[in-house]
Design a protein around this ligand. Sequence first.
Ligand code: NAI
Length: 456
Amino acid sequence: MRDIVIIGGGPGGYAAALYAHNYGLDVALVEKDTVGGTCLLRGCIPAKAWLHTAEVFHTVAHAETFGVIAEPPTVDWGAALARKRFVVDKLVGGLAGLLKQRKVDVIDGFGRLVDGGVEVTHEDGSTSMVEAKHTIIATGSVPRSIPGYDIDGHRIVSSDHALDWESMPGRVAIIGAGAIGAEFASLLGDMGSEVHLFEMLDQVVPGMEPQAARVLERALKGKGVTVRTGVGVSPPQIGDSGVVVPFGEDSVEVDVVLVAVGRAPATDGIGLEGTPVEVDRGFISVDPATMLTARPGTYAVGDVVAGAPQLAHAGFAEGIAAVTHIATGSTQPVNYSAIPLVVYTNPEVGAVGLTEQQAKDAGYEIEVTKHGMGGVGRAIIQDDTAGTVKLVAEKDGPLLGATVAGPGAGEMIHELMYAVGWEALPAEAAAFVHAHPTVSEAIGETLLAAAGTPLH
Ligand code: NAI
């Protein structure tokens, strides 16, 4: 009998499997595809590989600003695709090697919760049983769609298909301006596709601070993306020449529609029916201190968890929390209040903790401080001054949340992760000196202002 059987080899599942090695636990990992999950195979990693290609393209296209004369760039989509595949293969190969080295038994097949462990259905239809004392469900998520937009992989696609496009699409409609929609709009806009971005709510990246959303929206428009917020779409008409996407009294014809309206938990058919595991619209309820479900010995981590962010790094932390509880009986809860969220558009948006609205809704009396990047030397050097820092602090109290939009925001947000996570007072964080000239100085300036002692 194993100590742990894990269903699903994405970030939540593989982090749990790797971490269990610290405690000498005997682990089996059941995976129906290749290890790596959405993040490595169909999400974060390939998307960021495309985004990096777009960034290089953008840099070359604007080289003249810096006194570098280059031919106007063109995209070799095949080479970009090959580069993306190289990156994915390298990371997947590395992960498979690491799992082997840590003596994790990776079992190919579809896992289903049964009494005493997990039943695995293999590709040839045969089944086998993995007996274990504990089970971790880490089956991830799949793209959702909306009525009328049935994903066919050709005219109507999800990010799964878009990340494997063999050529650059000419005219694209993107439904949903969350992280996925915004990132695709940014990269396709940078590389010259005709992009129509539709968002039902009143700003791009809903849930993010409106100031940051405005920076991003302006940048997207600057790339030629047509951004329509507060606009829902009606079912499309699919013809030989393309797809007509109706909205209101109007419509637009495109070659392909990318549906990016969220991801649904992949919990169908994994044997939850008839068990005490509490499931709400496919999401699994857990005790956040331990990741334990209502079924003794059964844990859930990653995108299937109810009320938690669908982020690879949240999955890592949840895998660690589950294994810690299994191995030691003690708890190492995930600090959800300080998990950074990064949208890897150009420019990036990074956020941690509460937004102004969330802090108000939670009943805090707050102070908000904002700072632009227009006067930041390094940003001017980079010709990249469209950015903003926003801090939310409790009145006369600690930082509650922070958002950065602008160059390198995805890296810079981590200093604010510590400040928010450690509940620093603005004055305490402001006492540290930022190197000059850096874009991060924008954060230093905002902290000084939040402490009541602005400099510039
Ligand atoms: P999402 O939930 O973040 O955004 C979906 C958007 O679609 C929302 O803004 C919603 O208002 C909009 N929408 C829904 N129905 C619509 C309709 N009929 N017409 C127009 N707009 C509509 O989901 P997304 O972007 O698909 O991402 C899925 C998950 O993956 C999210 O949890 C996201 O955070 C995560 N993810 C994170 C990334 C990152 O951290 N960089 C990158 C990609 C995904």
